[in-house]
Design a protein around this ligand. Structure first.
Ligand code: RBZ
Ligand code: NIO
Length: 353
C-alpha cells in the first residue's frame, strides 16, 4: 500500500471521552456556562485530538507550498508569474505578510517549492519540485494522477517530519500566482456551481478579468470532466501542486492526531480535497479566517466549517492561519489557568471575617 492510502486509512475519530472531560472542566470554571464560545470549542476539539485533558501547543509550524500554474498563460491573473519565485524566500526571512505575523506569533515557517517555474534553488526554501508548474488545464489535465499523488505525499512526509521533531500544531499556507483559478475550479466541481458563481478577483482582477477567468475555468472543467467522487481526479485535472501538498499536510496531521489550522481561499480547496479523501479529516481542521474572495461561503459550507476571524483578508500565504494560532494558544492558556467556580467560592469564604 502506498503512503497516501496508508495515511488515509489510519485516520480515526476524535476521542469523545476526553472531549466530555474537557467540557466538564470548562463548565466548572468561574464563568457562565459556554460563555467563552469558540475558545471552549477549540479546547474540546484539541482534547479529542490529543486524547488528553492537558495538551501542549507551544511548538507551532506553518508549512507554505509554492508552485506555478500552466493556466497562467490564459491571462487569468493580474500579476507576473515570477512573483511566485520572488516572494517565497521572504516567507522564511520574516519579510512578507505571513513571515512578519509568524515572527510575532512565534511560529516556525517552512517554505517548500513543489513546482515553481524556475531552475535555481531558492534560499531558505525546501526543494520538492515536482515539475516547473502544472500544465494549462484548458488544454488537458493540470497534472498526471501520479503527480497528484506525489504532491499529496510530499505534504504527508513534511508534516510527519515536523511532528517527529515535536511540532504539536500545524498550519498551511501557499504562494502561487494563478492559484485562485485552480481553487475556484475545485469549488465549482465539488459543489456543482457554475464557474461564474465561484470566480472572484484573486489578487485584483477587474470585472472583465473575472468574467474571462470564469470562462477559462468553464473550459477547463468541460475539457477535463473531473469526477467529483474521486478527489485525486479533481486535483489532477484542475488543481495545483501546492493545493495537493497542503491537502497532504491535512491528511498527515490527521493521521498523527495533530490539529491543522486552515488558512484562506486556496487552503479551502486543499481542505475539500482532503475531506473528500477522508471525511474524518474535518475533525482535525481548525478554520482560521473567512477570506474576502467570493465563494468562500460556498467552500466553507461544503466543508461544514465556521471560521473564527472576519478580517476582510484576502492574502493567503498562511497569514490567517498564523493569526489564529494566537487565539488557539489563548484558548489553551485560559483553559489551563482560569479559576474554577469552587476555587472562587473558597477564596471568597477565606476572605470573609
Ligand atoms: C505580491 C503578492 C503577494 C502574494 N502573497 C500571496 N498572494 C496570493 O495571490 C496569489 C493568488 O492570486 P491570483 O490567482 O490572482 O494570482 C497567490 O500567490 C496567493 O498566495 C500574493 C499575490 C501577490 C501579487
Ligand atoms: O484568501 C486567500 O487565501 C486569497 C484570496 C485572494 C488571493 N490570494 C489569496
Amino acid at each position: 500500500m502506498n503512503l497516501l492510502q496508508k495515511t488515509i486509512n489510519s485516520i480515526s475519530e476524535l476521542d469523545k471521552n476526553y472531549m466530555d472531560k474537557t467540557k466538564k472542566r470548562l463548565d466548572s470554571l468561574f464563568k457562565p456556562t459556554g460563555s467563552l464560545g469558540k475558545l471552549e470549542d477549540i479546547c474540546i476539539q484539541l482534547s479529542g485530538i490529543y486524547k488528553n485533558i492537558n495538551f501542549d501547543i507551544s511548538k507551532k509550524a506553518l508549512i507554505a507550498f509554492a508552485a506555478d500554474h500552466g493556466v497562467y498563460e490564459e491571462g487569468i491573473a493580474p500579476d507576473p508569474q515570477i512573483l511566485t519565485k520572488l516572494q517565497i524566500p521572504n516567507f522564511t526571512k520574516g519579510l512578507n505578510g505571513v513571515g512578519t505575523l509568524a515572527t510575532f506569533a512565534n511560529v516556525k515557517v517552512i517554505a517548500v517549492d513543489v513546482g515553481i517555474n524556475c531552475n535555481e534553488k531558492l534560499e531558505g526554501v525546501l526543494d520538492y519540485k515536482i515539475r516547473k508548474g502544472t500544465s494549462n488545464m484548458t488544454k488537458g489535465p493540470a497534472m498526471t494522477r501520479d503527480e497528484a499523488i506525489k504532491s499529496l505525499e510530499i505534504g504527508i512526509k513534511i508534516s510527519q517530519n515536523l511532528i517527529k521533531d515535536g511540532y504539536n500544531i500545524l498550519g498551511i499556507g501557499e504562494m502561487g500566482i494563478g492559484n485562485t483559478t485552480a481553487t475556484s475550479a475545485i469549488i465549482s466541481v465539488f459543489g456543482n456551481f457554475d464557474p461564474i458563481e465561484v470566480t472572484g478577483m484573486g489578487s485584483g482582477l477587474n470585472s472583465k478579468g473575472i468574467f474571462k477567468k470564469a470562462n477559462v475555468i468553464k473550459k477547463a472543467i468541460k475539457i477535463n470532466n473531473p469526477d467529483k467522487n474521486d478527489a485525486i481526479d479533481v486535483l489532477s485535472k484542475v488543481g495545483g501542486f501546492e493545493i495537493g501538498a497542503m491537502a497532504g499536510v491535512i491528511l498527515g496531521a490527521s493521521a498523527n492526531r495533530v490539529p491543522v489550522v486552515i488558512d484562506g481561499f486556496i487552503s479551502y480547496a486543499s481542505a475539500l480535497i482532503a475531506y473528500n479523501l477522508n471525511k474524518l479529516t474535518k475533525e482535525y481542521m481548525i478554520p482560521s479566517h473567512f477570506s474576502k474572495e467570493i465563494a468562500s461561503d460556498k467552500a466553507l459550507q461544503l466543508l461544514g466549517l465556521e471560521p473564527m476571524l472576519y478580517m476582510n483578508m484576502r492574502l493567503g500565504e498562511g497569514s490567517g492561519a498564523v493569526l489564529a494560532f494566537n487565539i488557539i494558544e489563548s484558548a489553551n492558556f485560559m483553559y489551563k489557568n482560569m479559576i474554577t467556580r469552587e476555587e472562587a467560592v473558597m477564596s471568597i469564604k477565606k476572605s470573609l471575617p
